[in-house]
Design a protein around this ligand. Structure first.
Ligand SMILES: Nc1ncnc2c1ncn2[C@@H]1O[C@H](COP(=O)(O)OP(=O)(O)O)[C@@H](O)[C@H]1O
Ligand SMILES: [Mg+2]
Length: 154
């Protein structure tokens, strides 16, 4: 597990940028945290790291939005309003899990249980005015992300 203290929203974006640059395309990232934790802010940083120009918003009403970037595409899902299997099919979620041309980031992943074992699990919590972010993933990915040379690293 890797842990980071993120003092402000910019720090959340910067860490997201590292993930967007370093994670191998095809990685699924599951983002857990309360409303307002900073999940979408992290996704905006990931978009930047992937070389996405379009502004990333909250895909709450579409469930999934695609943002093509120069390095790869950000597939950004927010499953907060997911209602069941019919919704899963209309979203095409299982196909996105298999995409290798980008990164799939999922807010509220607890709404659907079939994530790959190799998925990176990120949790964000309020902490002393900022946020505490914990990241768990396959050893290989954790050591890759250990390169993140960030003052925020605990
Ligand atoms: N590390 C941080 N410290 C303080 N505020 C933050 C941090 N990261 C994000 N925020 C702020 O938290 C608020 C909610 O962020 P958002 O990404 O929309 O949360 P979520 O998608 O988890 O609901 C935003 O105003 C954002 O700027
Ligand atoms: Mg959000």
């Amino acid at each position: 597990m890797l842990e980071f203290h993120l003092a402000d929203a910019l720090a959340t974006r910067v860490l997201g940028g590292h993930l967007g640059r370093l994670l191998p395309l095809g990685t699924v990232v599951l983002l857990t945290g309360d409303l307002g934790a900073g999940k979408t802010t992290l996704a905006q940083g990931v978009a930047q790291g992937l070389g996405v120009d379009d502004p990333v918003g909250s895909p709450t009403f579409t469930l999934l939005a695609e943002y093509p970037g120069t390095r790869g595409t950000l597939f950004h899902a927010d499953l907060y309003r997911l209602k069941g299997e019919a919704d899963v099919e209309s979203t095409g979620l299982p196909e996105y899990v298999d995409r290798t041309d980008g990164l799939l980031l999922v807010e509220w992943p607890d709404r659907w249980p079939y994530w790959p074992d190799q998925a990176v699990r990120v949790t964000i919590r309020h902490d002393a005015g900022g946020r505490r972010l914990a990241l768990r993933g396959p050893e290989m990915l954790e050591s890759l992300l250990g390169q993140v040379d960030d003052a925020a690293r605990d």
